[in-house]
Design a binder for this molecule. Structure first.
Ligand code: EPU
Length: 421
């Protein structure tokens, strides 16, 4: 397994470009299953999860052609089977996103039931309950979801999500585009990636409105068509580099991104003492060489502070001036990085779903182990602010969601290199 070796203590300074959003690209790729025409997706990030989604579509007979300019053409007209196998689903939970589109367009789908993962149990009960309410016949047997419409279309209905779920909202929204009648999703996720998917569905001819609010309305249509659609920038990648620069007391400009989808993160960064400036498609951050101030936060669905940036902000707080607390309300087990950071000399204590922290002047490099994607990013930030050498093991997690991370960090002046296994 590859490792990352970091010599900490360098300030991050410079400019980088932000890639397309993984969590927007994945549902948009699944949405290509809603039409037999070609869907061309642009600004695709170069990531392991994207390759897995292409592999998943490919194993069902869907043809795709990856172009030179970060784009892919997906032609679902060639689909032969409707089965998402366990071998792929176990490596990427977002595979569940093919369920709604396949069921709605082709009337059947077998998708391996995703298991728990490093950050929580992550059930998909709300996806299944909503599709059942739309008339699908769904059985879970031998680890697989077997779903059918028994020859008729899914039926539009009123769906109240008990919990705000991002991929749950996306799955139901996609299924509803080809259903018979109107579907209203209440307590829908408001994440920008849900908005991006809705825009792509509209470009395919769907009648969707209300995205970005808690109520999404979809009037089913008979058929969707192909389209060209560029994926939005990755707000989590954007935030990760800004947090890394703040933690190292540096100065950075991130380009090809959108400032308006990062309000909660930018305001927390300002609380640390960072000077933030924004333009239409860039954000700059300058710590003026100062140590960040400690900032408490609580994660919650958008527009609140994202769970996907909790671990990175914890890394910043390990070396901040002062103390505070971080509360995680979205996933029940998203604190695996805490124990690794304590091995580097951090002062963090977990109490239920809260971490109580006291900033220390400096961390000390150590061998650490990454447990999931965002935890890996946080350990890299910890390594960047630590004295001496940090070796982050199991970094295959990072390649799932951060494009060329060591090259981008090197561009910013970090001393980081990959140690192939
Ligand atoms: N939940 C249920 N039942 C369901 C679905 C969700 O109880 O049927 C619960 C979950 O267990 C969790 C909460 O609802 O406690 C929210 O989970 P959600 O369904 O929103 O998560 P997700 O859709 O599986 C997406 C992102 C995650 C991100 C979360 C929260 C994608 C592909 N994944 O996951 O991204 O953390 O929303 O914002 O969009 C990442 O990129 O590192 C990542 C984990």
């Amino acid at each position: 397994m590859d490792k990352l070796v970091i010599q900490g203590g360098q300030q991050l300074n410079g400019e980088i470009r932000i890639a397309g959003a993984k969590n927007s690209a994945l549902p948009i790729m699944a949405a290509a299953l809603l039409t037999s025409d070609v869907v061309t997706i642009g600004n695709l990030p170069h990531l392991y999860d994207i390759t897995t989604m292409l592999e998943l579509l490919g194993c069902m007979g869907v043809e795709s052609m990856v172009g030179e300019k970060l784009n892919v053409e997906i032609n679902s007209g060639t689909i032969r089977k409707f089965n998402a196998p366990y071998e792929l689903v176990k490596t990427m939970r977002a595979s569940i996103l093919v369920l709604g589109p396949m069921l709605s367009h082709y009337g059947e789908a077998q998708v391996a039931l995703p298991g728990g993962c490093a950050i929580g149990s992550r059930p998909v009960n709300l996806h299944l309950a909503a599709l059942k309410k739309m008339g699908a016949d769904i059985q879970v047997e031998s680890g697989y979801i077997h779903a059918h419409t028994r020859g008729s279309r899914l039926k539009g209905t009123h769906i109240l999500m008990d919990v705000v779920t991002v991929t749950g909202t996306e799955n139901v929204m996609m299924a509803a585009t080809l259903a018979d009648g109107q579907t209203i999703i209440e307590n829908a996720a408001r994440e920008p990636e849900v908005v991006d998917l809705a825009r792509c569905l509209r470009a395919m001819g769907a009648d969707v409105s209300g995205e970005g609010t808690g109520t999404i309305t979809i009037n089913g249509v008979d058929k969707l068509k192909g389209c060209e659609y560029p994926v939005m920038p990755d707000r989590i990648e954007t935030g990760t580099y800004l947090i890394a620069a703040a933690a190292t007391r540096g100065r950075i400009k991130v380009k090809d991104t959108w400032p308006n989808i990062l309000d909660a993160v930018l305001s927390k960064l300002e609380e640390t003492g960072a000077e933030i400036n924004v333009g239409e498609n860039w954000i700059s951050l300058d710590m003026h060489g100062r140590r960040p101030r400690a900032v408490s936060l609580t994660t919650a669905p958008y527009p609140a502070f994202p769970t996907d940036m909790q671990a990175q902000f914890t890394a910043l707080n390990t070396v901040a001036e002062g103390s505070g607390s971080i509360t995680e309300t979205v996933f029940e087990n998203r604190f695996m990085h805490i124990h690794e950071m304590n091995r580097m000399g951090a002062d963090l204590r977990v109490e239920g779903n809260t971490v109580i922290f006291r900033g220390v002047p400096r961390l000390k490099g150590a061998p650490v182990m990454a447990t999931d994607l965002r935890a890996s990013a946080s350990l890299i930030i910890a390594g960047l602010v630590a004295e001496h050498e940090t070796v982050v093991d199991r970094i295959y997690h990072i390649d799932r969601g951060y494009e060329c991370i060591e090259e981008k960090l090197q561009l910013l002046g970090a001393k980081i290199r990959r140690l192939p296994s």
